[in-house]
Design a protein around this ligand. Structure first.
Ligand code: NAP
Ligand code: 8YV
Length: 314
């Protein structure tokens, strides 16, 4: 059977299907990686990885006959696709099957910020309700202006998911899309016009710190920043200082610049809701992502084609 290197975890279902067709080598069980790559690297033709771990330069270099990388996740900024294209390695990912889940996470974070979910939960648990009476009022999410940075598969799902709250939807991307929302060609202008700014672009160099101190200042003291894209899209240092000094009202964050490290200064703030990168993290959606990850591997093995290549490999 051909050899597959598994980077990161996999569900039992994924492992079962992969093991039926490949000899699976789990990176987590390899002690001396250099020695292992020298002894076995040449026989590995397939890699299964995820959006966090990607494929390190050491592993890329140690697998001279690699033919395919299947990524469990739609974001693939941790994979050097330019190098894969140069070497003729096909890269696949898992678009679409997670759109609705990540959109739900964006709505969840927005509602949690606006309705002070964490503060009010603590109000009940701590006994403040009995001791001090009713909790202070919160703000309504209804009829807000929502600026969406990134209007691809998930951005569109987010816009649709917010419909019951009757928002005005603006969006910013590099090129205008055929969608029923208002395009704003300047991100700072969009932030200035928005109550809520939601980030849902890919990560990587092209989007690094798009949301900088200037954009955050434009969103302002009554603004809410939601990030479900990649931590690198937001200047975390600028965001933290704005949240500390009242320059930015609230933030709902699923992603961080140096995951899983989250700065203590951010953890200490009351005006943030923090999630451990679980935008797609439900049993149902992860099963669909896992199925597509393995379907891509098995199809490539059977006839050399794949179902969902990344754009660079199409
Ligand atoms: P997609 O369909 O490719 O959409 C990406 C959007 O971003 C496009 O509208 C694109 O438009 C825009 N964009 C790209 N570069 C930009 C730039 N420099 N400035 C402004 N806009 C830019 O991708 P998707 O499927 O919606 O996924 C988006 C990202 O969400 C993924 O890559 C991943 O990083 C993240 N994600 C996070 C989670 C989570 O668990 N939190 C889960 C899934 C996905 P233009 O090309 O016209 O600019
Ligand atoms: C996953 C994601 O958490 O798809 C993505 O881009 O960020 C998430 O769905 C991740 O990729 C799984 O490792």
């Amino acid at each position: 059977m051909p050899d597959l290197l598994l980077i990161g975890g996999a569900t039992d279902e994924m492992l079962g299907r992969m093991s039926a067709e490949f000899t699976v080598h789990a990176l987590s069980e390899i002690g001396d990686l250099d020695a292992w790559l020298s002894a076995n690297g040449a026989s590995v033709t397939h890699v299964a990885t995820n959006g966090h771990d990607g494929v390190s330069p050491q592993i890329m270099a140690g697998l001279p006959n690699l033919k395919m990388v299947s990524c469990y996740g739609v974001g693939y900024d941790a994979i050097d696709t330019a190098e894969c294209v140069r070497r003729g390695i096909v890269v696949t990912h898992t678009p679409n099957v997670l759109n609705e889940e990540v959109a739900s996470t964006a709505v969840l974070l927005t509602l949690a910020c606006y309705r002070e979910l964490l503060r009010d939960d603590a109000w009940v648990r701590s006994g403040e309700w009995e001791a001090k009476g009713n909790a202070p009022l919160t703000r309504s999410v209804d009829n807000r202006t929502i600026g969406i940075l990134g209007m691809g598969r998930i951005g569109q799902a987010i816009a649709e998911k917010f419909a019951p709250w009757s928002p005005t939807i603006l969006y910013h991307t590099r090129s205008e899309k055929d969608v029923p929302y208002q395009y704003v060609d300047n991100l700072r202008d969009m932030a200035e016009r928005s109550d809520i700014l939601i980030c849902i672009t890919p990560g990587g160099d092209a989007t690094r710190h798009l949301v900088n101190a200037d954009v955050i200042a434009a969103l302002g003291p009554n603004g809410t920043l939601i990030n479900v894209s990649r931590g690198s899209v937001v200047d975390e240092t600028a965001m933290i200082s704005a949240l500390q000094n009242g320059g930015l009202g609230w933030a709902g964050l699923d992603v961080f610049e140096a995951e899983p490290h989250v700065p203590e200064a951010l953890r200490a703030l009351k005006n943030v809701v923090l999630l451990p990168h679980v935008g797609s993290g439900t049993v149902e959606t992860r099963a669909a992502m896992g199925a597509l990850t393995v379907d891509n591997l098995l199809q490539h093995l059977s006839d050399g084609s794949v179902i969902s290549p990344v754009p660079e490999c199409q």
